[in-house]
Design a protein around this ligand. Structure first.
Ligand SMILES: *Cc1c(COP(=O)(O)O)cnc(C)c1O
Length: 487
C-alpha cells in the first residue's frame, strides 16, 4: 500500500470506539459548554495506530543507528532505565504527598546527590535544574550571590573562551554580566597570555569546558584556574563533556568551583522529543549555602532499628528555587539506575571507550578530511567540512548526504572557531562495525564531492523531507496539526 502523502486522514462518521447502550438514565449536559463544530479527526483505531507508527518511522533516533551529534552525547539509553522509571512506586507518587509516604523516592534523590558529588568532586549538589543551560544560569547566579554576600559588588565580568557553547555567554548575560571573549591558542587550548592580561578584580569568574568543544583536554587548565582564583574569581565548569572524564578525573579536584551535569548526556537519560532533560549542579564547600533549595537531606540518621528519615532543607543563603517542586524526578530515576548498573569501574570504562571510539574515528578520517587542531582527542573531535579542490561543497552538504546513508549528521558549524565545523562524537555505545560504517560513508562522500558534487548539493535524496529551508523553519514555526477546511 502506498504511504499516505496527506496529513488529513479524517473521514466523516468514522469512529474508533462504540459505546454499549447506556443502562442508566441520561442526564442533561450543560448547554452553554456544548459545541457542534468541534473539528476533531474522525478515524478508526487502526488508522490512528498506523498514522502514529508511520510518523514515528519518519524520524531518526539512537535506536535506529549511530548518532554522532558532537557535544550532545547521544549514547544508547539502556532499557533497564526505562523499566525502573516505570515502577509504580515512582510513577504513582505526587510531590505534595506527606514525606513519610515517599521516603524511598527521597532516598533515591539523596543517593543520586551523593553519587554526583563523588563523581564530580563536589561538596553539594542540587537536582533542580531542568537542563544544562538552566544549570549554567543557576551556577552563575550562585557565583553572583557569593560575591555579593562578601560585599564584593564591583565584579562585572565573566570570561568565556571563543570555543564555548552559546549557552555560556547567554547564561552570563542573563545574570547581568559582561562577557569577555578569550581566544584559543594554535594548539586548541585557552590562550593563557590573553587570559592573564584580563584577570583583575572586575572578574566574577570564568566558564570553561574541559575537554573543550574541540574535543581536546585543555593543557592550560591548571594555570587558567589558578589565574582566575588569584584575582578572586570563581571557575564554572560546563559539564557537558563529562563523558570523557568519568572515573578518571574529577572536575572539583581540578579546582572547578561549580559545574552542571547533563543527565541526558553523560548518564543516558533520553534527550527525547524536546525534553525533559536534567541539569544538576555541583558546588565546592564555599558555595553550598547558596544552592537552590529545598535540597533532600537525611534529617534523622536512624540506627539499627529505625531507618534514616529524609526531608528537605533550605540552604542558608539560597538563591531560591529554579524549578517547581524538585526537578525532573523521572530523569533522576533513570540516571540513578544507570550509575547503579555501571558502578565505579563501569563508569570509568564508559569514559575510556568513549575516548577510544572517538580516536579510532579520528585516526581513520584524518587522511580524508582536514583536522584543524590535530592531536589525540578526548570523546569527540572536529573536522573541517570543506576541501580546497571543491570550494562549492560546505559542511552542510556533507551532513545532508550522510542522511542518505542512514546516519544522523554530526554537529554543524559549532564550535564557531572552526570553518565549516563537523563535530563528531560517536560515544562508547557504538560497536566497531557501526564506527566502520560511518567512516565508509564519510569516505564515499569525500569521493562523491570530487566526482558528483551535485549529489551532495541536492542531498538528502532518501529522506521523507528533502532539504529544508532552515531559516524559514526556524522563523515560521508550525508546531501543531492544522485542520484542513472541509466542504
Ligand atoms: C549540551 C550543551 C550545553 C547545554 O546543555 P542543555 O542540557 O542542552 O541545556 C552546554 N554546553 C555544552 C558544551 C553542551 O554540549
Amino acid at each position: 500500500m502506498p504511504e499516505p502523502t496527506i496529513f488529513e486522514l479524517s473521514s466523516p462518521g468514522r469512529t474508533g470506539v462504540t459505546f454499549p447502550t447506556s443502562d442508566v438514565p441520561e442526564s442533561p449536559l450543560p448547554v452553554d459548554f456544548l459545541r457542534s463544530d468541534l473539528p476533531l479527526p474522525e478515524m478508526s483505531e487502526v488508522d490512528v495506530v498506523r498514522h502514529f507508527t508511520r510518523l514515528s518511522k519518519l524520524n531518526y533516533s539512537i535506536d535506529q543507528g549511530i548518532y554522532p551529534l558532537g557535544s550532545c552525547t547521544m549514547k544508547y539509553n539502556p532499557r533497564v532505565n526505562e523499566m525502573v522509571a516505570r515502577f509504580s512506586g515512582f510513577t504513582q507518587t505526587h510531590p505534595l504527598q506527606p514525606l513519610e509516604t515517599v521516603q524511598g523516592n527521597l532516598y533515591l534523590m539523596y543517593l543520586l546527590q551523593e553519587w554526583l558529588k563523588e563523581i564530580g568532586g563536589f561538596a553539594g549538589v542540587t537536582l533542580q535544574p531542568a537542563a544544562g543551560a538552566q544549570g549554567e544560569l543557576t551556577g552563575i547566579l550562585i557565583m553572583r550571590a557569593y560575591h555579593v554576600d562578601r560585599g564584593d559588588t564591583r565584579r562585572t565580568r565573566i570570561l568565556i573562551p571563543d570555543s564555548a557553547h552559546g549557552t555560556n555567554p547567554a547564561s552570563s548575560a542573563m545574570s547581568g554580566y559582561e562577557v569577555i571573549n578569550i581566544p584559543t591558542d594554535p594548539r586548541g587550548n585557552i590562550d593563557l597570555n590573553f587570559l592573564q592580561s584580563v584577570c583583575d578584580d572586575r572578574v566574577a569568574g570564568i566558564m570553561i569546558t574541559n575537554p573543550n568543544t574541540l574535543g581536546l583536554f585543555d593543557q592550560n587548565i591548571i594555570p587558567v584556574i589558578q589565574a582566575v582564583h588569584r584575582v578572586g574569581g570563581l571557575v564554572y565548569g560546563d559539564g557537558a563533556n563529562l563523558n570523557a572524564l568519568l572515573g578518571i578525573a574529577r572536575p572539583g579536584d581540578l579546582g572547578i568551583d561549580i559545574m552542571h551535569f547533563n543527565l541526558h548526556k553523560t548518564f543516558a537519560t533520553p534527550h527525547g522529543g524536546g525534553g525533559p532533560g536534567s541539569g544538576p549542579v555541583g558546588v565546592a564547600a564555599s558555595l553550598v549555602d547558596f544552592l537552590p533549595g529545598p535540597i533532600v537531606s537525611m534529617v534523622e540518621e536512624g540506627d539499627e532499628d529505625i531507618p534514616p528519615f529524609f526531608g528537605f532543607v533550605q540552604p542558608a543563603k539560597s538563591i531560591g528555587r529554579v524549578k517547581s517542586f524538585f526537578g525532573h524526578f523521572g530523569m533522576m530515576v533513570r540516571a540513578f539506575t544507570y550509575i547503579a548498573m555501571h558502578g565505579p569501574e563501569g563508569l570509568r570504562k564508559v569514559a575510556e571507550n568513549a575516548v577510544l571510539n572517538a580516536n579510532y574515528l579520528l585516526a581513520r578520517l584524518r587522511n580524508t578530511y582536514h583536522v584543524p587542531y590535530d592531536r589525540i582527542c578526548m570523546h569527540e573531535f572536529v573536522l573541517e567540512g570543506r576541501w580546497k579542490e571543491v570550494p562549492e561543497i560546505i559542511a552542510l552538504d556533507i551532513s545532508k548526504r550522510l542522511m542518505d546513508y542512514g546516519i544522523h549528521p554530526p554537529t554543524n558549524y559549532f564550535p564557531l572557531i572552526v570553518h565549516d565545523a563537523l563535530m563528531i562524537e560517536p560515544t562508547e555505545t557504538e560497536s566497531k562495525d557501526s564506527l566502520d560504517y560511518f567512516v565508509d560513508a564519510m569516505e564515499k562522500i569525500a569521493f562523491e564531492a570530487r566526482t558528483h558534487p551535485e549529489w551532495l548539493k541536492e542531498a538528502p535524496h532518501q529522506t521523507p523531507v528533502r532539504r529544508v529551508d532552515e531559516v524559514k523553519a526556524a522563523k515560521e514555526l508550525v508546531l501543531c496539526c492544522q485542520p484542513i477546511d472541509r466542504e
